[in-house]
Design a protein around this ligand. Sequence first.
Ligand code: AMP
Length: 285
Amino acid sequence: MADVKAIQTVSEMHRVADQIRADGLQIGLVPTMGFLHEGHLSLIRRARRCVDRVVVSVFVNPIQFGPQEDLEAYPRDFERDRVLIGDSGGDLIYAPDAEEMYPEGYASYVDVDGLTRHLCGTSRPGHFRGVTTVVTKLFAAVKPHVAIFGQKDAQQAAVIRRMVQDLNLDVEVLVSPTIREADGLAKSSRNKYLSPEERQEASVLYQALQKAKRLVADGERRSEVVIGEMRELIERRPLAQIDYIEAVDTAHLQPVEEFSGEILLALAVQFGKARLIDNLVVQTA
Ligand code: AMP
């Protein structure tokens, strides 16, 4: 198969997007930071089923990384990504560099309030401002009718839905299920950082979520108890360092004391260099 074309500039992306739209075709965007895995590919395949032209963006967005985070170390393999994108049904890659996205004098940011206060918003100040800014810029460049995100980053998906609604952006947001390894570990580009021992222990995130699900199914409603049990399970793994475990309502992502309605259970756990996140939506009567 011929290599998928990669577009590097905003002006070229505008020209191509305008042409696709002028032809009466629908554009789908799958934003990624590259180093693709089955999770990303599931989003590309979904886009393939929904729209006429699938654009995959590959951009490691510097402004969503904190000063102590892994921007430099973040894994990259563009040629491998290009092949995977082609094989999964992507038509075009949008891969601007940081200079193209944030040239000298850049000064504009998009901030979503409220939903960004808890979960990753607490431990990664400025992260969501970076995400909402880059997603807005990607929407402006690619002009998609549909954009697809993963439930793996549940808070990100909720924040983007809010932003699209609040700013009247004319993009339909779809959220696709989390793709996992055989032992339940959510696929992530950051899993590459795990040593064999850390990799083995990392399945505890999924086990903790499953344990919580069982507790709630058995009638437990107190967040403190559910979170306490999850914490206890994870703390048995010597290489795990819990960043947070929270139960929040899915509408506003605010912590709840009692499980009722639809609750998002979300956690972040550090294993060596890898900060891993995962989540589960729990329904209660
Ligand atoms: P990233 O490259 O990590 O920024 O992720 C790009 C998109 O892929 C985001 O919408 C993520 O939520 C989604 N994604 C990442 N990992 C998974 C996964 N394991 N399953 C489903 N979607 C995922």
